[in-house]
Design a protein around this ligand. Sequence first.
Ligand SMILES: NC(=O)c1ccc[n+]([C@@H]2O[C@H](COP(=O)([O-])OP(=O)(O)OC[C@H]3O[C@@H](n4cnc5c(N)ncnc54)[C@H](OP(=O)(O)O)[C@@H]3O)[C@@H](O)[C@H]2O)c1
Length: 243
Amino acid sequence: MTTGSAQSTFEGRRVLITGGTRGIGRATALSFARAGARVLVSFRSDPEQAKSLGDGFELVQADLTCREGAELLAAEARERLGGLDVLVNNLGVDGHAPFDRLPESEWHRLLDHNATSAYLVTQCALPLLGEGSSVVNIGASVALRGRPNGVHYSTSKAALVGFTRALAKELGPRGVRVNLVAPGVTETEPGAGLPPQLAQKLAGLTALGRLGTPEDVAGAVLYLAGDTAAYVTGTTIEVDGGI
Ligand SMILES: NC(=O)c1ccc[n+]([C@@H]2O[C@H](COP(=O)([O-])OP(=O)(O)OC[C@H]3O[C@@H](n4cnc5c(N)ncnc54)[C@H](OP(=O)(O)O)[C@@H]3O)[C@@H](O)[C@H]2O)c1
């Protein structure tokens, strides 16, 4: 997709991105704004990072692992934007623990952030999503491949595949599309914050010989949210360089 086509596609559209102050969410927020959208971004704990997005973004601080936070966010979206054309369920957390020592608290932390938050936010935002609107969830390409020391992470992201497909069927008759973007290892910080040898090894496993960028992922989100994907719903796009 060219920048030119994106710019004309989202003029005046109302977009909500959860966890849009860092990494993939931030790149997605900036891409939508460049394409003419009105963008509301949520974050949890770091107002300075949120403000660094610059003027023109609506910001809401809320913990979206609980219903109160999701209700607050939906109420702000209604008041500030009057409704939504695009909801991006982006927020998520990672975790690393061998399965035999995986604490229950970690299991719940990952499920709450990566799966339950999408349920809560989408349900609370549902009255704002009219015909022609779309939901884009951010999963992970590792969901269906599996990753050692990441049973909880893979489980939470695999849940979003079922969430996406089932919700697409429920909301299709209302003209609302639901899709999933599944990124591979993405450089939200140099070398994806990994030891250099591991980053190099993972890059070498991809068909394209490099790690992803947040902008690579944002491109797929904008495609799925846009009019050129009008007949695309319930699907997953992997943005993982062909790993
Ligand atoms: N990075 C990768 O390599 C990669 C690969 C595959 C999939 N993904 C997925 O892509 C998405 C974005 O990842 P990322 O690495 O870009 O994330 P990130 O840099 O860690 O940013 C996370 C964002 O979510 C917000 N957040 C965290 N917990 C929250 C909560 N309880 N309520 C509300 N907001 C909360 C954070 O706000 P504060 O900073 O204010 O706390 C921040 O804006 C996630 O779903 C992740 O699982 C990432």
